[in-house]
Design a protein around this ligand. Structure first.
Ligand SMILES: *Cc1c(COP(=O)(O)O)cnc(C)c1O
Length: 373
């Protein structure tokens, strides 16, 4: 695709990410929050989101919520966990799982953390044992793609266990929904959370929840925050035909609608996953060819973002590497794993094989001249 809007660089970061010109262009018009045309667009958007992950649409609904992804996670945790009756088990193997623990702590909720470490998989046997022994647990939360490392947690297997013990299931699918096929109703997920600026390829400003209606109804009157009240937000959207409770990020919403149309035009989630996987494979093979090592094994990685060890040479400077690549038109991501020295490269957004090939060429140039050493 020809770019009309000047791109000094592309974002190889997992959100905000590189968006298409057409997504950016629709933001050039102003929108009013109570206007019928705008509210109808919101309703259509909610329906399109539902279509992506749910077959049985009667049982599920979509709620949109202002803020970055974390706000939406906080709204789900704060609205669904009741102070006296409930206890949430949080599966952690990265920064985003840990963030759910922090949210539960700040809100003063009863919680238990199962932390496997940033580079380890979820131990399903331990999860079973935990649910077997701690009868107070009512909810289980897990991050699907742990963006800290790029690891994909096995939500299919986790769901089987969670549902065997009859618990509510919360999935932070922030960085995977729209880029990896997730069958929300088959997996019996009660609350799935994602945001505008990840795999749907919109711009930042709001997030959304695909919720089981029965589980959502229990949230009534249970929020610990006025603005992050998931039930009230849903109630208003339903009763007022697509109105948000407070000012909505109108331009961002319009851009997201365009992004949804572009996802459909690309061929839906399957086609998008294929493109991301191709980006990922090209990147990993190319980087390995240059001597870089990935943090995770092939079987653990997602097509979303890839973590590489920084070269062992004590002279390697990520800052220099980052700066040079930015000058060449690529913004990469610092590492987030505390145990090792790493950096990350995102595979998502309006980018393709050609961009990955250009990136690899630029990395070769950096290394050849030992510019980053
Ligand atoms: C991006 C992301 C979030 C939300 O982060 P924000 O900075 O609040 O948008 C949450 N969980 C995961 C797994 C993410 O990748």
């Amino acid at each position: 695709m020809e770019n009309k809007i000047e791109r000094p660089y592309i974002l190889l970061t997992p959100g905000p990410l590189t968006t298409s010109d057409t997504v950016k262009e629709v933001m050039l018009k102003d929108w009013c929050t109570w206007d019928k045309e705008y509210n109808e667009l919101v309703q259509s958007m909610r329906d399109k989101i539902l279509n992506i992950g749910v077959k049985n649409k009667e049982e599920y609904t979509t709620i949109l919520m202002q803020g970055s992804g974390t706000f939406v996670v906080e709204s789900v945790i704060g609205s669904s966990i009741r102070r006296e009756q409930d206890k949430i088990l949080i599966i952690v193997n990265g920064v985003y799982g840990k963030r759910i623990v922090e949210i539960a702590n700040v809100l003063g909720l009863s919680s238990v953390e199962m932390n496997f470490g940033e580079t380890s998989e979820v131990n399903l046997e331990l999860l079973k044992k935990m649910l077997e022994t701690d009868k107070e647990i009512s909810h289980v939360a897990v991050v699907h793609c742990e963006t800290t490392t790029g690891r994909l947690n096995p939500i299919e297997k986790i769901s089987k266990i969670v549902k065997k013990y009859n618990k509510l299931f919360i999935v932070d699918a922030m960085s995977s929904f729209g880029g990896i096929d997730i069958r929300i109703d088959d997996l019996k997920i009660d609350f799935l959370i994602s945001s505008a600026n990840k795999c749907i390829q919109g711009v930042p400003g709001f997030g959304f929840v695909v919720a089981n209606k029965k589980s959502l109804e229990v949230c009534k009157g249970n929020a610990k925050s006025l603005s992050l009240d998931l039930y009230s937000q849903w109630d208003t959207m339903e009763k007022s035909g697509g109105k948000w409770r407070f000012t909505s990020p109108t331009h961002v919403v319009r851009a997201f609608y365009q992004a949804l149309l572009e996802l459909e035009a690309e061929g839906g989630v399957t086609a998008r996953e294929e493109r991301y996987t191709k980006n990922h494979d090209l990147l990993v093979n190319g980087m390995r060819g240059l001597g870089f090592k990935t943090l995770l094994q092939d079987s653990e990685m997602s097509p979303i973002i890839t973590t590489f060890y920084s070269p062992k040479s004590s002279e390697f400077s990520f800052e220099k590497f980052y700066k040079l690549l930015k000058e060449k038109g690529f913004v990469i991501y610092p590492g987030k794993v505390s145990e090792s020295d790493t950096f990350r490269i995102g595979n998502i957004g309006e980018i393709n094989s050609k961009d990955m090939e250009r990136l690899l060429k630029s990395i070769v140039e950096c290394l050849y001249w030992k510019l980053c050493l």
